[in-house]
Write a protein that binds this ligand. Structure first.
Ligand code: ADP
Ligand code: MG
Length: 256
């Protein structure tokens, strides 16, 4: 493998699906995102790692506008993020997000959870939405749970439903924010396997995770954040075997 790191400059801009340029974000006095430049190409899998509090979640949340930014720009498919209304709802459908806490609707069945966005945002008719929901639930291995309520499922099953729900919107990109951090250890792999399959199928993905095995096998690029900055980006082999920055070396020595 080449020693040359894959940086945003290496990605052909024409193929950029998500592009952050000079993004800054404060929470009061805290400068939580500092001059973030990040370009994600179509079909690319980017794993974001870094210490707690480094801004990884905030970075994800700015991309589907759960957080506003103070300066800089974010584009999806070359278009700036919409500010409000139907356009914003559509953006959130285009940018699928899976959180640490599964965030399913507790009072809706699994099937209804996966149908809801389709009928409400994409205006898919009910029959087609149900068919698609069942197909996706089968694909993530929880087809048999369709008529249950989220609380009746294990954490791993709930997280796979959350993935199916995001996929039902035909997202352009999927953001995963520590999707396995709240899971019992024996359920982590069943979720990572679904994510691995998505990556192989060509989904564009941004994954915040501490699962370094996943990063090594699925990521095209690792982005290391500390103190609100992107400190280093590289192919996984290079990053894990030969990190350049002291911050990354220190972080890896604590987790590996
Ligand atoms: P990470 O996901 O890397 O752990 P976060 O993006 O969650 O980091 O948080 C980065 C920093 O911003 C932390 O210091 C956190 O306490 C702070 N922060 C996050 N969200 C808010 C908020 N809504 N209001 C104030 N501070 C916040
Ligand atoms: Mg976080």
């Amino acid at each position: 493998m080449s020693e040359v790191s894959v940086t945003k400059d290496a990605a052909p801009v024409a193929n950029a699906l998500v592009a952050l340029s000079g993004v800054n974000k404060h929470f009061g006095a805290l400068h939580v995102l500092q001059d973030i430049d990040l370009t994600i190409s179509r079909g690319e899998v980017v794993v974001v790692i870094g210490p707690s509090g480094s801004g990884k979640s905030t970075l994800c949340r700015t991309v589907n506008r759960l957080e506003t930014i103070d300066s800089g720009s974010i584009t999806i498919d070359g278009k700036p993020l919409p500010q409000e209304g139907k356009e914003l709802a559509r953006l959130r459908a285009d940018v699928g997000m899976v959180f640490q806490s599964f965030n399913l609707f507790a009072h809706k069945t699994v099937l209804e959870n996966v149908m809801l966005g389709q009928t409400k945002v994409r205006k898919t008719d009910k029959k087609a939405a149900e068919e698609k929901a069942r197909t996706l639930l089968d694909r993530v291995g929880v087809g048999a749970q369709a008529d249950k309520y989220p609380a009746q499922l294990s954490g791993g099953q709930q997280q796979r439903v959350a993935i199916a729900r995001a996929l039902a919107m035909d997202p352009k990109v999927m953001l995963f924010d520590e999707p396995t951090s709240a899971l019992d250890p024996e359920m982590i792999n069943e979720v990572l396997e679904v994510m691995q399959q998505l990556a192989r199928d060509g989904m564009t993905m941004v994954v915040v995770t501490h699962e370094m095995g996943f990063a090594r096998s699925a990521a095209n690029r690792v982005v290391f954040m500390a103190d609100g900055r992107i400190v280093e980006e590289a192919e996984p082999e290079q990053f894990f075997n030969n990190p350049r920055s002291d911050r990354a070396k220190d972080f890896l020595s604590k987790i590996l």
